[in-house]
Design a protein around this ligand. Structure first.
Ligand code: 4FD
Length: 220
């Protein structure tokens, strides 16, 4: 799978290289291409933003550099082209499963007050939001989408870590413990040390239900 990220701030993606996703990238399981939109401007001063028609605060990213960058990275229009914006549909796990089925996804990051609507209308398939808050740019949102999708690419994660998720469908995770048995007066629940796997499964299901009821009753 290939993930192309279009941004005016390519240096923001440097930490990706030292992550789990970065390891998969180096091992050739995943291709991540960070593309600088500024490389596609036709302006002699490399300008990529301008004042909004109609007035108002802030700047708007110009359609031309964005359009030319998208056309350059996906000339046959075979990729799924996604714009990260606070007004997009909320990005959820079902969208992760859908996106991982695409051979190529393009993530477009906006800055300032957003991108000239004509670039969105002409070149974008869908607008996604990672949640109801505003960020200074779409880069962090694109990183969230890239990470969530990349972990389902073959060989990025161990199969065991993925199997677990499908079991706990629609419930939040039960609590996890490791050594030592006692830490600052708090002990690991006895049942987890009992070796009785029927009892352990039962306890974990109960804990999942309890935390879901408390934190996310909307999921029940
Ligand atoms: N909630 C998100 C995405 C981008 C963003 C931007 C218009 C601002 C939040 C388009 C205005 C993009 C999100 C950049 N903030 N900021 O997913």
């Amino acid at each position: 799978m290939k993930i192309t990220i279009l941004t005016l701030f390519p240096e923001m993606f440097t930490p990706l290289k030292s992550s789990i996703i970065g390891r998969a990238w180096k091992e050739g399981k995943l291709d991540i291409d960070i593309v600088d939109i500024r490389d596609y401007t036709e302006d002699k001063h490399k300008k990529c933003d301008d004042y909004p028609f109609g007035g108002g605060a802030g700047m708007v990213m110009m359609a031309q550099p964005v359009g030319s960058a998208i056309e350059a990275v996906d000339p046959d229009r075979t990729a799924r082209r996604i714009y990260l914006s606070p007004k997009g549909q909320t990005f959820k796990q079902d969208k992760v499963y859908e996106l991982v089925s695409h051979e190529h996804i393009v993530l477009l990051c906006g800055h300032y007050e957003g991108i000239d609507q004509r670039a969105i209308d002409l070149f974008i398939d869908e607008e996604l939001s990672i949640g109801d808050y505003v960020l200074t740019g779409g880069e962090l949102a694109a990183m969230v989408v890239a990470d969530a999708v990349a972990r389902y690419v073959d060989g990025v994660l161990s199969p065991e870590s993925l199997v677990q998720e499908s079991f706990s469908e629609n419930l939040l995770e039960y609590p996890h413990y490791t050594r030592p048995v006692e830490y600052r007066g708090l002990s690991v629940p006895e049942v987890l040390r009992s070796g009785n796997h029927a009892e352990i499964d039962k306890w974990r299901r109960e804990q999942s239900l309890a935390v879901t009821k408390k934190n996310r009753p909307d999921l029940l």
